[in-house]
Ligand binder design. Sequence first.
Ligand SMILES: [Mn+2]
Length: 329
Amino acid sequence: MADYPEIKDIISSSQRILVIQADNPDADSLASSLALEQIFHDMGKEPILYCGIDMPEYLKYLFGWDRVEKDVPSQFDASIIVDTSTMTLLEKLTSSGSQGWVAAKPVIVLDHHAEVQNDIPFATVVVNEPTKVSTGELLYAIAKQHEWPINLQAASYIMTSILADSMGLATENTSAATYRVMAELVDSGVNRPQLEEQRRSFNKMPPSIFKYKAELIERTELHDQLAIVTVPQAEINEYSPLYNPAPLIQNDHLLTAGVLVSIVIKQYDSGRVTGAIRCNQGAPIAAKLAEELNGGGHAYAAGFKVDKGDASEIKQKCIERVKTLLESK
Ligand SMILES: [Mn+2]
């Protein structure tokens, strides 16, 4: 990996360091933030964790999630944006009026998303390494490079981030290097079975969600290689606080013979329409489709967000575009 001397300069001259997650926090962004918190603590610095939206329920198995603040503090020396390099996913920073404060100080971006549009204009240094399976894996490399201390807790968070984004080391971009990092983390004392159990026991679904899953299956439309279902506002209100409907159903979509692409569309009363796209191996079209709908992401997992839209029109567009993209892949 390339050397990034600017990172060393920024960190060594900063005491209070703000760690910023995008408006779509996931296990990688949260675990990477928590790992950075440990690392900076051990370096005698004062890390502050920020995310513009509340941590979703399913991430609360990660000890320390409640240290993530929703407001940008008035004083800090530098910031690190983790797991995104697009302004599209930092809307809260802009709408809350805090973007100027962040932009006025050095900003490091750590990301691993290859497809980037609308990049962050005020970034001082951008490290975007699509060869890394997660931001946590990238952080591990940077920490080694700069000889940052990685205590057992930080190592556990890094492993969590790798396991989350690689779906348990199963995705195509899981490399030999990823396994080497995993091995080093195990050597340093991280207990993978314990991490898995912690997540499993926390993420058990309530009985009402089990029943709701049947409704989503019932309503799922199968269009050749696409499984697609829409979740209206009423269901978002009732079920989202307990369990995110998209991960509840998308695995089952992708386990259906013949299905290559799963899409869960959410329609909000405000007119906002969002979509989560997941694909099976051999159908790397998620990012391409998302980009056509004001979104982005990875080849096999991506999302979109339209501020004013009609879910049934967007569904129709998805059905047509998935067909075309799969034919031309
Ligand atoms: Mn990630």
